[in-house]
Write a protein of this length. Structure first.
Length: 320
């Protein structure tokens, strides 16, 4: 496993985050086998959210029954829109989510706490002030934004620097080899794939701001679960969100190239796709779920696989 540094977090952070937006975690049951397996593989970072139903409860049950709290890095998210789509990026909602998350997780603090969505009608300085206040209370170690534009994060950090405050430490957009089409989740989800987001990727590469890429295997499209030759069968395998956002002929061509490169390197399709994320030229971490110890091991080994810039470019476009 390889590790990176996220400002404010007092321990190395594994380049692979264990994602918990899965039926098993969200069901709130016992997931200690997955969490123990991940930790034994060197995956010490966990990605969760208040909106992930029972996921925080599952993690909290494990933390209470083990000595793992000081060994792991917990990233949780707040301020997701409500069921009616109403935005909740405000101090009251953020604090309410935090109180609930801390209770369910059974911990005194969350390592990385990020706003799940942005609300551009709220002055960015207000949001920076809210997170700094919570930071000063010792309830979080670092903060950031998920589905935030890089321009908005840049504005937030300029405000922080000019007011002698702590800036955003991390961003969590959609990023993988598969290009995202539109807003498959609704409620202002944001990705940084495709030529239209080249400027965002360039900004992240230049700034070095840590990027925790969610859906780094495009909700299973790049997991090896389906072959590139089975494009016509995708609707029988994937849900509507995946079909709407990630299933396209162009992405299945990327999957075909991923299969080809994986075979040449003697690794799996998923490992190749994750390595693409981690070798992007940005300071990337990849959030990915796993259904069992075998899949977790496969994902963990991807952190040690290196792709060249030429290989990454070929995976994207087919250009050599």
């Amino acid at each position: 496993m390889k590790y990176g540094k996220i400002p404010g977090v007092d321990k190395p952070v594994s380049r692979i985050f264990l994602g918990t937006c899965t039926k098993r975690f969200m069901g709130g049951g016992d997931c200690s086998d997955l969490l123990n397996a991940a930790l034994s593989l060197g995956i010490n970072a966990i990605d969760t959210a208040r909106v992930y139903r029972g996921a925080e409860r599952s993690i909290g049950r494990w933390l209470r029954s083990s000595d793992a709290r000081e060994k792991v890095v917990i990233l949780s998210k707040c301020a997701h829109p409500d069921l009616f789509g109403r935005k909740r990026v405000n101090g009251r909602a953020i604090r309410a989510d935090l109180k609930k998350s801390l209770s369910l997780l059974g911990t005194q603090y969350i390592d990385i706490y990020i706003a799940h969505r942005d609300d551009t009608s709220v002055p960015v300085g207000e949001i920076v002030e809210i997170f700094n206040a919570i930071l000063s209370e010792g309830k979080i170690r670092a903060f950031g934004g998920s589905n935030w534009s890089h321009e908005r994060i840049e504005q937030a950090n300029e405000y922080a620097y000019s007011h002698n405050l702590v800036p955003f430490a991390v961003s969590s957009p959609y990023y993988s080899l598969a290009e995202q089409y539109g807003d498959p989740w609704g409620k202002n989800g944001l990705g940084i794939t495709g030529s239209q987001n080249a400027s965002a990727r360039a900004w992240y590469a230049e700034s070095g701001l840590p990027v925790v890429a969610y859906s780094s295997l495009a909700r299973g499209v790049l997991s090896g679960r389906i072959k590139s030759s089975d494009y016509s069968s995708a609707g029988k395998i994937f849900d509507r969100v995946t079909m709407r956002g990630y299933v396209s002929k162009e992405n299945f061509e990327r999957l075909r190239r991923c299969e080809e490169l994986a075979k040449a390197k003697g690794v799996s399709v998923a490992q190749t796709a994750l390595a693409y994320v981690l070798c992007s030229g940005m300071n990337t971490f990849a959030a990915v779920s796993g259904s069992g110890a075998g899949r977790l091991k496969e994902n963990a080994l991807a952190a040690d696989l290196t792709l060249t810039a030429a290989e990454c470019s070929w995976l994207e476009s087919g250009d050599r």
